[in-house]
Design a protein around this ligand. Structure first.
Ligand code: ADE
Length: 233
């Protein structure tokens, strides 16, 4: 099982999204577990502040070290030493390979835990990175208003790669990024929807021809929108 422990000033963000579909089922099957901690609950400051101005100037505020250090200490006292992941655009890009590494469990009886730290404001005091953070992860080259959405994406994608989390119908086999190619187009009934037709080749039951068509489409689509996946820039 993987136990995802989130650390954020908005723990309520995590409530709804983790209660549906594949993640909900994985939770019910005991493959994942969640705990959400509010950083603000750990502040010793009488105004309950968790942020402060930046030394040397600069716009905005940074998250202060005290509540985060104390929250992490509390969590580690509870569960032992755990890898802490901080979500930031400055981190390693989250890819299928990295997701598989995080999702890997040598044995189904082992509980693997992650603390997922979400920043807000302009970021966090650098001492948190230096002394607490084990790994920095980015979900893409854009700036989010906070790390909570990155944490949710991390949880969602890592959960899908835990053995037993997907049913046959949702198999990982034919998805985009396998073989570094994007997925081919797919259609369902009806074969003719208001004059818009499903490609003939998919209707004739020739599996070899269908497979060739699918691969050709994968290459076409990947060349068009993601040449970088083919090793071309
Ligand atoms: N926090 C803000 N932007 C982010 C990004 N692109 N990835 C991960 N965490 C972030």
């Amino acid at each position: 099982m993987i136990h995802f422990i989130t650390l954020s000033i908005f723990p309520q963000i995590f409530e709804s999204p983790l209660n549906y579909s594949i993640i909900k089922r994985a939770k019910d099957k005991g493959l994942v577990k969640f705990s959400h901690y509010n950083i603000r609950d750990f502040t010793t400051n009488k105004h309950k502040n968790v942020d402060d101005a930046i030394y040397g100037g600069g716009a905005g505020q940074l998250m202060t070290p005290q509540p985060i250090f104390d929250a992490v200490k509390y969590i580690k006292q509870e569960y032992g030493d755990i890898k802490l992941i901080f979500f930031t655009p400055k981190g390693r890009r989250l890819t299928t390979n990295l997701v598989k590494e995080f999702a890997y469990l040598p044995d189904n009886n082992i509980t693997k835990r992650f603390i997922l730290l979400s920043g807000r404001y302009e970021g966090i005091d650098n001492r948190i990175r230096e002394y607490l953070v084990d790994e920095e992860v980015s979900i893409g080259d854009y700036i989010l208003s906070g790390g909570e959405f990155a944490s949710l994406i991390f949880i969602d994608t890592v959960t899908r790669y835990i053995e037993g989390a997907l049913g046959n119908k949702e198999s990982l086999k034919d998805e985009s990024f396998n073989d570094s190619l994007l997925e081919y187009p797919q259609y369902t009934r009806p074969a003719n929807f208001r004059g818009m037709k499903v490609p003939e080749i998919l209707l004739n039951g020739n599996h070899k021809k269908i497979k060739e068509w699918q691969i050709q489409k994968q290459i076409e689509i990947t060349k068009k929108v993601r040449r970088d996946l083919l090793g071309e820039i």
